[in-house]
Design a binder for this molecule. Structure first.
Ligand code: MRU
Length: 362
């Protein structure tokens, strides 16, 4: 499958696919400063939890490259400032903070001279991107087993290639099921207010040759009642230790509807989206965005000027409404406090065994 690149490093700039222009135009932003990258994240030129993490990592690498000629102390101050700025872009997707922690860890090694440290930052960003691609492939493989031939999958927002550096989270599962020869179709919620479903999910699935039908968000319950939906499959922005899952606003409603109609509700997310430090979803910070995103559609006013608006960008689906969480380490089932911890530990053990040359030894 030909994947569009969401983020790439080229000629000492961070190139970011400008998703605000899709599907009408395929254009890249050339980010030359940390501020350019921060604004691209804030304005959703790049969006989707894993893609935000990758973009932020390259933002730090960019700061490093630009400061590589400075004395070591100034280099460190400058990169630390970039990390701080990027931390303040979006609060909900934990992948952002996870990626920035990794970059901060590289800075903390204190390699000298600055040029060497800058190279290390760039290598770490490339590694974060590579790991994300691998995670997507693994989620696809684990998740495709859950999808039956002939199913129609309802998805929300965009959890595809556009939201990652690879083939996606939820949509990686769809792509893998399709490539295994399963007939799978997708109902895509349009996803107000910014229409990631209608603009992005419909675009990328259409390009991949997967049958896709767009519905308005308020049509999902009716579609379920008409037996037009076999499962719901979404991505996630942050998952608490007990499986409570923050994802694009509207996801929680879908989970309630799916429960009422006895339809399985699946979430797909890499471990970089799991925030084991948070016991429950009540602790997840929820981003509130500009009222204008609701008052307008692509700059066109649709509500009275200045009308009051509530615009939370995410909601939290309780873990007990989630049938399974597909991760890059395997599929977790309730109770998630145990299954997510078991998966994390199993992989750590695997990493230890790989390091000791005992991979696959039971
Ligand atoms: O506001 P967005 O477009 O960044 O929100 C994205 C989502 O909610 C996705 O569903 C989520 O990041 C998972 S995608 C891998």
């Amino acid at each position: 499958m030909q994947l569009v690149k969401t983020v790439e490093w080229r000629d000492a700039t961070v190139r970011i696919l400008d998703q605000r222009q899709l599907p009408s135009e395929l254009v890249y932003l050339e980010c030359r400063t940390v501020e350019d990258v921060a604004e691209a994240i804030e304005t959703l030129a790049v969006r989707g939890a894993p893609a935000i993490g990758v973009a932020a990592a390259y933002g730090v690498a960019l700061a490093g490259a630009r400061a590589a000629e400075l004395p070591d102390g100034d280099f460190r101050t400058s990169v630390a400032g970039a990390i701080d700025r990027l931390r303040r872009t979006r609060p909900t997707a934990v992948n952002l903070f996870w990626a920035l922690e990794r970059m901060a860890g590289v800075l903390d090694r204190g390699s000298e001279p600055a040029g060497v440290a800058a190279e290390e930052l760039l290598a770490e960003a490339a590694e974060i991107l590579r790991e994300d691609q691998e995670s997507c492939t693994r989620m696809g493989r684990f998740g495709a087993d859950l999808i039956e031939d002939g199913w129609t999958v309802l998805t929300h927002c965009n959890a595809g290639a556009l939201a990652t550096a690879g083939s996606g989270t939820a949509l990686a599962v769809v792509y893998e099921a399709h490539s295994r020869g399963k007939r799978v179709a997708v109902l895509a919620d349009e996803t107000r207010p910014l229409l990631q479903g209608a603009r992005l999910t419909a675009w990328e699935l259409g390009n991949a040759g997967i049958p896709v039908t767009v519905i308005c968000d308020n049509m999902a319950a009716w579609a379920m009642s008409r037996r037009l939906v076999d499962c719901v499959l979404t991505g996630a922005d942050r998952i608490a230790a007990n499986g409570d899952t923050a994802n694009k606003i509207g996801t929680y409603g879908l989970a309630v509807m799916a429960h009422y109609h006895s339809i399985p509700f699946f979430v797909a997310a890499p471990f970089s989206t799991i925030d084991a430090d948070l016991g429950t979803g009540a602790l997840i910070p929820i981003e509130e965005r500009s009222p204008d995103e609701v008052r307008e559609i692509r700059g066109q006013q649709i509500a009275p000027l200045g009308v009051a608006v509530y615009n939370p960008a995410f909601d939290v689906t309780p873990g007990d409404l989630i049938t399974a969480i597909v991760t890059d380490k395997g599929v977790a089932r309730p109770p998630y406090s145990r299954s997510l911890r078991d998966l994390a530990e199993r992989e750590d053990q695997g990493a230890g065994e790989r390091a000791a040359g005992r991979e696959g030894v039971v």
